[in-house]
Design a protein around this ligand. Structure first.
Ligand SMILES: NC(=O)c1ccc[n+]([C@@H]2O[C@H](COP(=O)([O-])OP(=O)(O)OC[C@H]3O[C@@H](n4cnc5c(N)ncnc54)[C@H](O)[C@@H]3O)[C@@H](O)[C@H]2O)c1
Length: 461
């Protein structure tokens, strides 16, 4: 997701801007690498910028390298102007409630990997000249993936490995995770990769982690509904969340294992039984529904993908998935037929993939992408970034249902706010669909709660 933007017109006469790269960005910070050429020599600076709203970046000290590096080892002072806000528009991955919302996220190829790539292509003498201008590693968060050897787990682990915010990546599975970790550990990004196999190593995997992502379980096969998965995945999620409660009670928990409408309530009940339930830190990952909605709407309406943002509310199965097309940003109109066709496609997009894979599993790559985006948003929130918004299935008071997916604001302590604005002024179609989804979602939530209560009753006797 590394982007090179060319903008020679904005540069003063003395210098030509040849390459500017966003190494990582957020709503409040941007990390830039800028190259300029003067008299045949190339100058490069790494820059940390406080706010994307600043329209001009001034580079006051840049190290030289290139053909004349030996001759020009002094640092130069120069002012270089370009429109930073314009650059950042195509990089912010955050979902801001009140501003344009963007998908693309530079930080999956973070500034550390970028720095490493730069280092490997620049002679050593020149590297030392750059040293004072290089970024200090900012990676500081530990992330655990439980079910890391699976179809989702592997690409998800790769994407998390690319995050500049991650210092340790703990990969757990009941089998085959050693090879995944060995393979990933060769990527020259900052995080250290450790593998953990089987229940005896689970506690060590979880100690001290900030975010636990759970894609462990069985995927849907053709002809299977999400409910068919219930008994297998309910047991897996229950036992994994018990271990999280014992070893990482303060971590953000991201549940991917289906049926999310039930596995999240299961996780909540387990955490309650353990006395460590914090509803602000338990998330059902529904990001894939948003990712799909954005993609399909952009295709249908011929819009630039990075500009499109469709909130998706309700739950994460069939008709409980409710894309609010009337709240699409940028504002766009749909015919009744388009609303019906798009809504149904978004609700059944998982089945599209299951059938196309013909027995070889369900959505894994798009799911890994979506889950990595949610992890990245969580890490940014933990890191203190403001205005981090994502849709997620969380404990909620927006409706009479105890859990509900909606846009939430993420902060250091988890859910800072559940955003109600999207549910105002629904179209007639959306209002009806919302009422129609409630009985099914309620039943799925109750099924999850009942599962844990029954297990507790059995254990007590
Ligand atoms: N939330 C979503 O949008 C979404 C989308 C797609 C799939 N899913 C769900 O994600 C889950 C995983 O899908 P997949 O395609 O990666 O399946 P997969 O079978 O390829 O991988 C699952 C992994 O979980 C591991 N596992 C099983 N039991 C475990 C346990 N007790 N502890 C740790 N690991 C365990 C397996 O060894 C395997 O490596 C499924 O439940 C699937 O339905 C969710």
């Amino acid at each position: 997701m590394n982007c090179v933007a060319m903008n020679t017109t904005a540069v003063n006469e003395q210098y030509s801007l040849v390459n500017s790269t966003i190494l990582g960005s957020s709503k409040i910070r941007a990390f830039l690498s800028v190259e300029v050429v003067s008299d045949g020599a190339v100058f490069r600076a790494h820059y940390k910028m406080a706010s994307p709203s600043i329209s001009t970046v001034s580079i006051s000290s840049i190290a030289s390298y290139g053909p004349q590096a030996g001759l020009r080892s002094e640092h130069k002072s120069s002012a270089l102007g370009f429109n930073a806000a314009k650059f950042l528009k195509c990089f912010s991955g955050l979902k801001a409630a009140a501003s344009v919302n963007l998908e693309s996220d530079a930080s999956f190829l973070g500034r550390e990997s970028n720095a490493a790539l730069l280092a490997s292509s620049i002679p050593k003498v020149q590297q030392s000249q750059r040293a004072s201008n290089q970024f200090q590693p900012q990676a500081s968060f530990k992330v655990a993936v439980l079910g890391a050897a699976g179809g989702i787990g592997q690409p998800l682990a790769l994407l998390i490995k690319m995050s500049p915010l991650v210092s340790a990546l703990h990969l757990y599975d009941i089998a085959n995770v050693k090879g995944v970790a060995a393979d990933l550990s060769h990527c020259n990004t900052p995080s250290q990769v450790l593998d953990f196999t089987g229940p005896l190593e689970l506690a060590n995997c979880l100690k001290g982690v900030d975010v636990v992502v759970i894609p462990a379980g069985v995927p849907r096969k053709p002809g299977m509904t999400r409910d068919d998965l219930f008994n297998i995945n309910a047991n897996i999620v229950k036992s994994l969340v018990e271990a999280v409660a014992d070893n990482a009670p303060n971590a953000f928990i991201h549940i991917i294992s289906n049926p999310v409408n039930s596995t999240v309530p299961i996780a909540a009940e387990v955490l309650k039984q353990k006395g460590v339930y914090d509803p602000k830190k338990l998330f059902g990952v529904t990001t894939l529904d948003v990712v799909r909605a954005n993609t399909f709407v952009a295709q249908q309406k011929n819009l630039k993908l990075v500009d499109v943002d469709v909130p998706v509310i309700g739950g994460h199965a069939g008709i409980t998935i409710l894309p609010l097309l009337s709240k699409t940003r940028p504002s766009v109109t749909f015919t009744d037929e388009e609303v019906e066709q798009l809504t149904v496609r978004i609700q059944n997009a998982g089945t599209e993939v299951v059938e196309a894979k013909a027995g070889a599993g369900s959505a894994t790559l798009s799911m890994a992408y979506a889950a990595a985006r949610f992890v990245e948003s969580s890490l940014r929130a933990l890191d203190g970034d403001g205005e981090v918004y994502e849709c997620s299935f969380v404990q909620s008071e927006l409706t009479e249902l105890p859990f509900f997916a909606s846009r939430v604001e993420l902060g250091k302590k988890g859910v800072e706010a559940v955003i109600s604005a999207d549910l105002h002024r629904l179209t007639e179609y959306e209002a009806k669909a919302l009422e129609a989804l409630k009985p099914e979602l309620k039943a799925s939530i109750e099924k999850g709660v009942a599962f844990v209560e029954k297990r507790a009753a059995v254990a007590a006797n």
